[in-house]
Design a protein around this ligand. Structure first.
Ligand SMILES: Nc1nc2c(ncn2[C@@H]2O[C@H](COP(=O)(O)OP(=O)(O)OP(=O)(O)O)[C@@H](O)[C@H]2O)c(=O)[nH]1
Ligand SMILES: [Mg+2]
Ligand SMILES: [Zn+2]
Length: 358
């Protein structure tokens, strides 16, 4: 692993990384100020404030929120209220409401999930062109990205390693409706200018994807300096993660990138909305099915089945959608007894012959 030199200090104007004047009201007390969390490390957060970067602990209010549900713990990208104590200690007193957040399902029954990062404008699904990407992985990451509330963008990396990047990009675009697909290479510089364009003015982009696909390399390319460690080329990296924490990096030209460690499995939590957006081709076809709760599995007058029959929708798309829907339903059921009851009701309704579109 290449050792990363200390990050050069870039004077931060919080406005260039998403601060809005309304936030000032949260830090009305003279001992408080607004900052943005760059990283969290065992109960200590790195926070960028107008006065420079600081390290801050967690205040009592934040600690008790966290005890109730870890989802409320300050995370990378959060805007927070930091308090300066007379003894020079700093504590985070409050996490400002998150505009967007990437939330992954967690194994525990209590939590609403784990927030990977917050207040992002662009959710970059980072996938290497070599070895050839699998559509299943792409669709899963896209659902997570859509569910964040940010605009997803697919970033295909290592274009220098394949001969047919534009062709693969076309296939990928077909599985990513309403999402821009950008081919990149940190070796040749391909696509970096386009990503900078997307990032210009107030934008925060999160890098989401599996280990080794080049998220940290891309972040470095955007910054224009080796600020994050990347995997050594001689290291085949099987099962190893180079980045170990989520880190917000400010770009010299404004904007910020949040680099994340490789996601092993993406458990979807409540990604209902994310799935609808990630599969907007299927969702819009489904609007024409006879039954509003059509599962597109042989129901009469099913527009999705018809599109598969006439070749306008690949069967693979429907299969991925059904698989993710089943998984999503299972996750939700496990987490929420109220939905279990609703599902039972829907089942008995199905026995009565389905719901006809009115
Ligand atoms: N040929 C080529 N190699 C690349 C490119 N981008 C990244 N790599 C290599 O891919 C490997 C993994 O890159 P990283 O940036 O460490 O990947 P990561 O996604 O941050 O991985 P984790 O931190 O483990 O999640 C490194 O050896 C990089 O040098 C590229 O555009 N072209
Ligand atoms: Mg990395
Ligand atoms: Zn249908």
């Amino acid at each position: 692993m290449r050792r990363s030199p200390p990050q050069p200090y870039i004077p931060v104007v919080l406005e260039t990384i998403g601060y809005r004047p309304e936030m000032a009201a949260w830090a009305a007390h003279e001992d408080t100020r607004i900052g943005r969390v760059t990283r969290v490390d065992r109960g200590v957060a790195g926070v960028l404030t107008e006065g420079g970067p600081v390290r801050s602990g967690f205040g009592c209010g934040v600690l008790s929120e966290m005890a109730r549900d870890p989802i409320d713990m300050p995370c990378t990208g959060d805007f927070v209220v930091v308090r300066d104590w007379p003894d020079h200690r700093l504590t985070i007193e409050r996490v400002l409401p998150r505009r967007t957040s990437v939330v992954r399902a967690t194994a525990g029954e209590q939590s609403r999930g784990q927030v990977l990062c917050a207040n992002i404008d662009l959710a970059a699904v980072v996938i290497a062109l070599h070895p050839l990407p699998t559509m299943a992985k792409l669709e899963r990451l896209l659902a997570l990205a859509w569910d964040s509330g940010a605009q997803p963008v697919v970033v295909l990396t290592k274009a220098d390693m394949v001969g047919d990047a534009p062709l693969v990009a076309q296939d990928v675009a077909a599985a990513a409706p309403a999402v821009e697909v950008v081919c990149t290479s940190t070796r040749t510089g391909l696509g970096i200018a386009r990503l900078r364009e997307l990032l210009a003015s107030r934008n925060t982009m999160a890098m989401l994807g599996s280990s080794g696909h080049g998220k940290s390399s891309l972040t470095n390319a955007l910054v224009g300096a080796q600020v994050l460690a990347t995997r050594d080329i001689r290291d085949d990296g099987r099962g190893r993660h180079t980045s170990v924490r989520r880190e917000l990096v400010v770009l010299p030209g404004g904007g910020a990138v949040i680099d994340t460690p490789g996601l092993r499995g993406v458990g979807l939590i409540d990604a209902g909305a994310g799935l609808v957006d990630a599969f907007s081709d299927i969702s819009s076809l489904a609007a024409a099915c006879r039954f509003t709760d059509c599962a597109h599995g042989g129901e009469p007058d099913c527009a999705v089945t018809a599109a598969i029959a006439d070749g306008s929708l690949p069967l693979r798309r429907l299969e991925s959608w059904q698989k993710l829907m089943r998984e999503q339903a299972w996750m939700t059921t496990r987490k929420d007894a109220r939905l279990r009851a609703a599902r039972n009701k829907a089942r008995s309704r199905l026995r009565e012959g389905g719901t006809t579109r009115g």
